[in-house]
Design a protein around this ligand. Structure first.
Ligand SMILES: *Cc1c(COP(=O)(O)O)cnc(C)c1O
Length: 453
């Protein structure tokens, strides 16, 4: 007999520690226990259906239980579930590498697999340092530059380049120093600045800092176009391009972390395309398998790869790897997902839905408790405030973003806030009518939560 919903609830509370979750509150909240998925809905153990408004945390692309991806995984299961890439190879990892290289910005020809966004970033950071170490004359380049408020994962290297004071203050001593550039966008800008002057200031800082640390910097890491976890901060057009120009000029590598924005969410397959930027290293995760399995990849240029070649005695090998690196099931799912992105014209759907969301959410622009609606493609962040004029935040104890999430849940949609920024991250292939419903639920939930008590 399978466990009953009540047993599952009790056992969940007894044993499961949920990530990024305030566990004391969680135990009282009876969060849905998701048992199955159907297209763009998830279904809990009691049979309630919810529209998946977060793409199951930004990774689902084509919906759940997609016949073609399910079949690709089944076919691969008929051969082998997993074998190691440490010194051996496998057809799915080879074919996927080839397909990825065809589609990513030109010049990225080598694929280093891992199993999560954070590990893709860790690999990129270590590759950057080792690359310089093995290149005569640049051995001292071990420092990283990063954009303020950036997020690159939760392992210590990733946290070092993406520190959030509230989450990471206690780990300070474990983190390596990073040069932090001001984020070129923001809802509350320093006194005396408007968006235009802030942008000019941030570009000047980018130039100044990279030049100042030019002999120490291994790389600049950036989330291209949109800083997701910062609350969907959309960079002004041209900033990414500028970052590429400045780093190139000083021999500093550019690491593009497309873990969140990759695979269509900004309207192009990769965000870098929109500013014709070719990074030296590219981190992919989340959507790579269509949101099915843990797989990630760090891509790099031929120049970087070549610095790791040489006789065994030269010690140039990249001594880094994760057990499930290049997992065969994950690679099979990723290939099926890539094929569907083309066959189903998913990018066109993203662009149509981006326009639809903009129209649907227009009424929020004048809502008294909405400070700002930020959007790039189908990545949407709505900043809730107590007072629109003064940009005064709601008291933290009200957990306003969380209240909106609970209100949306009662209306049959799953969304997830980041503080008081409510986000809407539909799957790239979600049909327009479901996106419209999500927008309606979101507006109603914001109204309910902000007018209550
Ligand atoms: C989610 C995310 C990561 C970390 O990915 P995990 O799979 O959670 O380790 C890294 N970078 C960005 C930009 C992300 O959004």
């Amino acid at each position: 007999m399978p466990p009953t919903p009540t047993q599952l609830r009790d056992w969940d509370n007894a044993h499961v520690w949920h990530p990024f979750t305030a566990m004391e509150a969680y135990r009282e909240e009876f969060a849905p226990i998701i048992d199955s998925g159907d297209g763009f809905e998830v279904i809990d153990v009691e049979g309630r259906r919810y529209l998946d408004g977060t793409s199951s945390l930004w990774c689902n692309v084509h919906g759940h239980r997609v016949p073609e991806i399910d079949q690709a995984i089944r076919d691969q299961l008929g051969r082998i579930g997993h074998s190691t890439l440490l010194g051996l190879s496998s057809p799915p990892s080879i074919e996927l590498a080839r397909r990825l290289v065809e589609r990513v910005p030109a010049g990225l020809t080598k694929v280093f697999y891992s199993d999560s966004g954070a590990t893709a970033v860790e690999a990129a950071l270590k590759i950057a340092v080792q690359f310089h170490h093995q290149k005569p004359g640049s051995e001292e380049r071990t420092l990283f530059a990063a954009v303020g408020g950036g997020y690159h994962g939760d392992t210590l290297g990733a946290v070092s380049v993406g520190r959030v004071e509230r989450f990471h203050a206690m780990y300070g001593g474990l983190l390596f120093p990073t040069v932090v550039l001001p984020c070129p966008s923001g809802y509350r800008l320093p006194a005396g600045h408007d968006a235009a002057s802030w942008r000019v200031h941030c570009e000047a800082e980018l130039e100044r800092v990279v030049e100042q640390y030019r002999d120490q910097l291994a790389a600049l890491i950036i989330e291209p176009l949109v800083q997701g976890a910062a609350g969907i901060q959309v960079h002004p057009a041209g900033y990414l391009r500028k970052a590429r120009e400045v780093t190139q000029r000083h021999g500093v590598l550019l690491i593009a972390d497309e873990v969140a924005v990759g695979f269509g969410r900004t309207g192009t397959l990769f965000a870098c395309e929109q500013e014709q930027v070719k990074p030296d290293l590219l981190c992919l995760g989340k959507g790579i398998t269509g949101g099915y399995l843990p797989l990630a990849a760090t891509l790099c240029t031929e120049t970087i790869f070549e610095a790791f070649l040489g006789p065994h005695s030269a010690g140039r090998t990249f001594y880094h790897g994760h057990t499930y690196t290049g997992n065969a099931l994950g690679c099979a799912a990723a290939m099926a997902s890539l094929k569907l992105l083309e066959q189903h014209c998913v990018l066109e759907n993203v662009n149509a839905n981006a326009a639809l969301i903009e129209r649907q959410l227009a009424p929020l622009q004048s809502h008294p408790h909405v400070g700002e609606v930020r959007q790039k493609g189908i990545l949407v962040g709505i900043e809730l405030v107590q007072d629109r004029e003064s940009k005064l935040a709601f008291p933290a104890v009200r957990r306003m973003g969380h209240q909106v999430t609970l209100a949306a849940r009662r209306r049959g949609a799953i969304i997830r806030p980041m503080g008081d920024v409510v986000t809407l991250i539909p799957a790239p292939a979600m049909p327009g009518e479901l996106v419209r419903t999500l927008c309606e639920i979101l507006i109603d939930s914001i109204k309910e939560a902000t007018t209550a008590g």
